[in-house]
Structure formats: structure tokens, C-alpha cells
Design a protein around this ligand. Structure first.
Ligand code: DC
Length: 229
């Protein structure tokens, strides 16, 4: 049977990764977090080379799944533990504006979706990577709410202590990154014409997952019907 592809795009902190991961689990599909690829490349090249990365240094990039969690390997080194800091977010946003980097990752993402049924999230999945995806969702929420979620996550992980100043920084970083991601020349963050908008501003995590699964079932009943809903 043909593999099923579900494309999820949206701005920073809309809950793409947590909601998409849960949906993938319920559907029995593989969840692919493409932001992690850009994050790993950003960290690999670092502040000094992120603007002009020498891609010939990379002989291999791959995703491996450890206990169901996605790990990103570059040249057989696992970068997963280093990619969730605010600095890594900015490096990822910077490197993702580079056309050669996007080209470099394009086939990798497409090949992965050809070989597996996936819920793939990012910024250009419905527009560029998988323009023929079975279902396209643009997941969003009010910027203040998104910043609050990101802030709470960073505090719970011990990355931040939880001050008001830190919150303001998270909010301004989020706005800066959304602006950069949506205005860049190559594959900017954009809602695909045939994507369905799911706004989770007033929804809990569980409500968001339900809303998303209902949307997937409505758009593609046959595909979702074969899954474990
Ligand atoms: O989803 P994320 O926050 O982990 O993504 C990190 C950065 O990577 C984001 O600021 C933009 C970039 N990105 C992208 O350009 N295209 C994607 N498909 C996924 C992420």
C-alpha cells in the first residue's frame, strides 16, 4: 500500500512537535521533526560558519530512532542533546536561510517520506518538500501563547529559571525567528494554498491532538481509517 504523508507547518512554538508526535503515535506513522535537521546543522557549523557553511564536510546525515525518539546524526555523531537550546534555535534559523543547505536536505526528507508513512513537521513541508502530501495542516496559535508554552517548556527542562526578563527574551526571539523564517528568500514559512489551518490558542494539548486527528480524518478518511485512532 502507498505510504501516507501528513505535512504540518507553522510558526515557532505552535506545538508542532508535541502535537504531531502524539498524532503520529496514534496513527501508527513515523514522526519526522525536520527542524531538528536544521538545528543539528546549525550546531555542527557553529556561529562562525553558519552563514557560509562548507557542506562538503558532511559525508552523512541520518535520523535514527531510539525508544521511538528521533535522533539526528551528522557524520555518525549524535547531535540530539545539543540542539534544544535558545542558541541552537537561532543557529538553525540562520542556517535554514541558506539555499544550498535547503537543497542538501530536500532529497533526504523526500526519500524518507517515500519509504515510510510519516507525519512530518517544519516550515516548508506542504509547500516545497511534500507538495503532494495527503493532508496538509498549518498549525498556529497567538504569539503570546506560543511564547508562554516555549517559556514553560524551557523552565521545566531547567534551561531557564523563569524570570519576567527571560519571558520577554523568549517572546522577542520567537518574533525574530518567525520574521526571519517567513521573509527569507528560499522556501519561507508559508501556509500552502491547500492547507487547513488549525489554531490551538485556546486549546489544551489533548484538545489540540483531538482537533488535529479530526482534521486528518475529515480530509483523508481512508488513510486515517487504516490507522489506530
Ligand atoms: O521547528 P524548529 O523550531 O525546531 O526549527 C528550527 C529552525 O529551522 C526554524 O527557525 C526554521 C528552520 N526550519 C526550516 O527552515 N524548515 C523546516 N522544514 C524546519 C525548520
Amino acid at each position: 500500500m502507498k505510504n501516507v504523508t501528513i505535512a504540518i507547518d507553522g510558526p515557532v512554538g505552535a506545538g508542532k512537535s508535541t502535537i504531531a508526535r502524539e498524532c503520529a503515535k496514534k496513527l501508527g506513522f513515523i514522526y519526522v521533526d525536520t527542524g531538528a535537521l536544521y538545528r543539528a546543522l546549525g550546531v555542527y557549523f557553529g556561529e562562525n560558519h553558519v552563514k557560509n557553511p562548507d557542506l562538503s564536510k558532511i559525508t552523512k546525515i541520518d535520523l535514527r530512532f531510539v525508544d521511538g525518539l528521533q535522533h539526528v546524526f551528522i557524520n555518525d555523531t549524535d547531535y540530539t542533546d545539543k540542539i534544544r537550546t535558545p542558541e541552537a534555535s537561532m543557529l538553525a534559523s540562520k542556517i535554514s536561510a541558506n539555499g544550498s543547505v535547503r537543497e542538501f536536505l530536500l532529497d533526504f526528507q523526500r526519500d524518507f517520506a517515500k519509504a515510510n508513512s510519516v507525519v512530518m513537521d517544519g516550515r516548508d513541508i506542504g509547500t516545497v518538500v511534500l507538495p503532494n502530501a495527503d493532508v496538509k495542516i498549518f498549525l498556529t496559535a497567538d504569539p503570546h501563547e506560543r511564547a508562554k508554552r516555549r517559556f514553560d517548556e524551557l523552565v521545566s527542562k531547567g534551561v531557564l529559571v523563569g524570570t519576567d526578563a527571560e519571558f520577554e527574551k523568549v517572546l522577542s526571539d520567537l518574533n525574530e525567528r518567525d520574521h526571519a523564517d517567513s521573509t527569507r528568500q528560499h522556501a519561507p514559512l508559508k501556509q500552502a494554498d491547500d492547507a487547513i489551518v488549525v489554531d490551538t490558542t485556546d486549546n489544551s494539548f489533548e484538545q489540540s491532538v483531538t482537533k488535529m486527528l479530526e482534521t486528518i480524518t475529515r480530509v483523508s478518511p481512508r488513510k486515517a481509517g487504516s490507522a489506530r485512532l
